[in-house]
Structures are given as C-alpha cells and as structure tokens.
Design a protein around this ligand. Sequence first.
Ligand SMILES: [Zn+2]
Ligand SMILES: [Zn+2]
Length: 385
Amino acid sequence: MSTNPLHLSPTPIALSLPKEKTYATIILIFSILVWAGLAISIVGAFYAALFAVIGWLSHGLLAAHLRAESVRVSERQLPQLHATFVRVCEKLGMTDIPSLYVVQAGGALNAFATKFAGRNFVVVNSDLLEAFGPESAEIEFILGHELGHLKSNHIFKRVLLAPGILLPLIGPAYLRACEASCDRHGAFVTSDLQGATRALLALGGGKAHGRLLDAESFAEQHNDERGFFISWHELSSPYPTLSQRAAKILAFTNPRFDTQPERHPLAYPLAMLTPGGRATSGGANTLIFVVIIGLLAAMAIPAFQKVRTASQEKVCINNERMIAAAVQQYTLENGKAPTGIADFSGPGKALETFPACVAGGQYQIDPQSDGTVKITCSVHGAHTY
Ligand SMILES: [Zn+2]
Ligand SMILES: [Zn+2]
C-alpha cells in the first residue's frame, strides 16, 4: 500500500507548481528584451556570440569529465541503481532514459542534472548512494527531483531565461519554484514519502545522523525561525530552505505543515539589491552579466559622449563671448579694431588670459564693419556676437 498521497490522487496531480510558469513568463519577457537588445547592438551580439561559444566549450568539457571520469550506470554497472533509475523514469513517463553517472565528490551530498549536445545527464554523488543505498526511497526521491529538472526542460530554460534570472527577487523566486516543483516530482516517484524527508534531513544533517533526525521538528524550524535575516536569505536564495522543503513534503500527509509564514517587510528592499542567479552555476551567469554590462556600456557611451560634446560647445561659446566683448571694448576705446590678440589680451588688458577651446579648437577672430565680431572655432564653427 502506497503511503504517497500523490499516488492516491483521483486525478493526476500537476507536479510543476503554477507559480513556476508565472515567474517564467515574466522572466521570459524581460529576457527576450535583453536578447533582442544584444542582437541589434553590434557589441552586444559580439559578446553574446563570444560567451555562447565559451559557455558551450566549457560545458562540453564538464560533460567530457563526467563521461570519462565518472561511473556510468547500466545493467552491468551498479544494476540495482540502474533498475531504480529506469523505474523512476518510467513513473515520470520519460521514455528516453538519460545517462546516469555516479561521481565521487569528496563527501558532498549532491546530485544534479544537465544536458549537452542533446543528451541528458543525471549525476549522483557517491556519498548519497552510500548514505541511502541504490534501491532506497531516498534515492528515488533524489533521482525523481533531478529528472524533474530534465522533464521540465529547466536546463534549456536557464540559458534562455538567464538575463531575467539575474533580476533580484523574481529571479531567485523562479529558481525556488523550479526546485519546489522538482521536489514534487521526487515525492511523486518515491515509494515512501518519509524517504523524501529523510533525504532532505541528510542534506542538512549529514549522512551518518541525518536520516535519524526528527523530520517534524526540522520542518517546524521553518515556522519558528523567522525575522529579517531569515526572510532576506529566503528571498535571495535560489533554493527553498531545507526546513521549508521538509515542511512541504510533510504537508502532503499532514496539513499542519502546509503553512506560509510571513516574511519581514524590510527584507524585500534588501533583497531588491541582491542579484539573482545561482552561486554554483555562477560561471554562465557571470558571463551573461558581463554581456549585459557590456551592452549597457555600449548604449551608455554614445549618450555620455553626446552630453560631453554639448557641454564642451557651451564652454567654447562662452569663451567666444568673452573674446568678442574684449574686442568690442578695445574698438570702443581705440576707435579701431585690434590687429592682433596682443592688442586686447594680456596682463592689464580687457582679457587677462586668452581662453582656449576645451575641445582643442583654434579661434579665428574677424571684427566686422558693423561692430559685431565673428569668431570661428576650428572645432565648433563660426558664431557672430
Ligand atoms: Zn534541483
Ligand atoms: Zn571650440
């Protein structure tokens, strides 16, 4: 008899949360604008193409590392784990079975899913396997979670939506929704829902004692530990907190855990200043961030130069006014126009120091017969005063 209420539901439960789609739509609109901006700006298109190539190459190296250094699971290699994996894939309706690898990662309790050249990969750290065993409900949950990422096409979406994922608040909210959806995939495939919470407890408390921890009191931490910093952490984190994830699993069987504790209102403005993205896949996000900065710079530099040019012209015209006034004063006092700059400019004369054009222009002064003065700057052109 299954203890998993996701199995007992009379109608198939949509495993992905609706809010994941909502966030994705908003992020998609922003991302399309950024990609379009990059495409029409030559600098942006160049950077985007450059980083796409770099990203593709480094991702290819990661996949090569997996394929060459990690253990590929098959009927012959770790057959029990293989059987569990195939069973979990079937439960999720995945006919195309991804490649499953086990990797020794120095004790880290982690698993991930990725994609390269159209091929899906699921990677499980060996310590998870040692902690739970190849046929455990815990491993089913973890495999189901990672397959959820592949089934929901999260890897492709993370590239497509990359500019928007960097946005504060909404970016992390989207990533958290993805993880929560994948936890539901994991909970759906596991034969024992308590195995799912045990897996989460081990992620928090370590493989030796984590499984022995009390799931309910850990889930209660989500309600007990509140305040400004917890809220800020939650809002800027790409994962729901472990205690929240445990609470969500327990909530399937116990509505007491189906709570949404309030967040401190001051955490929102602080989270606005904390960019999104994900520290562990920071490489690609950092690259995209650089591309966006490059694009903004490419757009800002001409605008900045325009402002600079306009202000230089203003200073130049001011110079010309001073020169014209000095020429007119000389003409008035001497009854004739000056024949050289030295006539009206110098110590004790109308113009103490002869001004220079800030853009490096040279002044040509032509006193007119009607008393006006025409001054031509080699950079800024002719004006009459
Ligand atoms: Zn995940
Ligand atoms: Zn000038």
